[in-house]
Design a protein around this ligand. Structure first.
Ligand code: DC
Length: 211
C-alpha cells in the first residue's frame, strides 16, 4: 500500500507521515530530505544554483549518508532546496529512488508513506491514498517561527512569513511537478487542527481505503 502525502512547508505533513507509518508499520520517506541533501551538497561545494548541469550532477551523486548531513533542516537549506528542486534534471535524477522506495519498501515492510510536494501527482500517481495537507501561510509561519525560537534561533515572524510565501510561490509556479493537490487527493486543512486531530482525519481516509 502506498500513501502519498503532499503539501506546502510546515503544514504538518512530516509529523503526520511519521505517525501513519508507525501506526501501520510502513516505511517512511521524507522526499524533501532528498532535495535538501542535494541543496546542501550544492551549497557546500560552492556550485552556482544557476548551473543546472552541475546541480543535476550533484543530485546524481547523492548517497544515502548525505540524507543524514547536519543542518538539513536549516531555513537556508530549505530555500536552496526549493531552488534546486525547480531544475528538471535534478527532479529526474531523484525520481527513480523515490519510486523504488514506494514499490519495494525497505526492511520488507508492506507499505510506504512518502511525503513531499509531488508524490501524488508525479512520483506515485497510482498511490492507494493521497492526502494534501495544507494550512494558511500565517499559521504555517507561526509554527515555523515557534520551532526556530524553541531551537534557540532568534527569528522574526514577519521575515519567516515572507520566506514562507516566497517558497510557496516558487514551489507552486515551477514548470516541472509544481506543488498542487492531485485530482483524487483528500485535502486536510490543519490551520485549526492540532497534530492529533489531523492524524484522526487522515486515519479515517486511510481506513476507508484499506482492504
Ligand atoms: O518539505 P521540505 O520543506 O523539506 O522541502 C524542501 C524543498 O524541497 C521544497 O521547498 C521543495 C522541494 N521539494 C520538492 O520539490 N518535491 C518534493 N517532493 C519534496 C520537496
Amino acid at each position: 500500500m502506498i500513501i502519498a502525502i503532499d503539501g506546502p512547508a510546515a503544514a504538518g505533513k512530516g509529523t503526520l507521515a511519521r505517525h501513519l507509518a508507525e501506526t501501520f508499520d510502513f516505511a517512511h520517506l521524507d522526499t524533501g530530505a532528498i532535495y535538501r541533501a542535494t541543496a546542501k551538497k550544492v551549497l557546500d561545494l560552492g556550485i552556482d544554483m544557476g548551473d543546472e548541469a552541475a546541480c543535476t550532477e550533484a543530485a546524481r551523486q547523492l548517497q544515502p549518508a548525505d540524507l543524514l548531513a547536519d543542518g538539513l533542516r536549516d531555513e537556508a537549506v530549505g530555500q536552496a532546496a526549493s531552488k534546486v528542486s525547480a531544475i528538471p534534471g535534478v527532479r529526474a535524477a531523484l525520481l527513480d529512488f523515490q519510486r523504488d522506495f514506494a514499490k519495494t519498501p525497505p526492511d520488507g515492510k508492506l507499505g510506504a508513506v512518502l511525503d513531499g510536494r509531488d508524490v501524488g501527482t508525479v512520483v506515485c500517481p497510482d498511490a492507494d491514498v493521497k492526502l494534501f495537507i495544507t494550512a494558511s501561510a500565517e499559521e504555517r509561519a507561526r509554527r515555523r517561527h515557534k520551532e526556530l525560537q524553541d531551537g534557540g534561533q532568534n527569528a522574526i515572524y514577519a521575515r519567516v512569513l515572507e520566506e514562507m510565501k516566497e517558497r510557496d510561490a516558487r514551489d507552486q509556479s515551477r514548470s516541472v511537478a509544481p506543488l498542487k493537490p492531485a485530482d483524487d487527493a483528500v485535502i486536510i486543512d490543519t490551520s485549526a487542527l492540532d497534530a492529533d486531530a489531523a492524524f484522526e482525519k487522515a486515519l479515517e481516509t486511510v481506513r476507508a481505503k484499506r482492504p
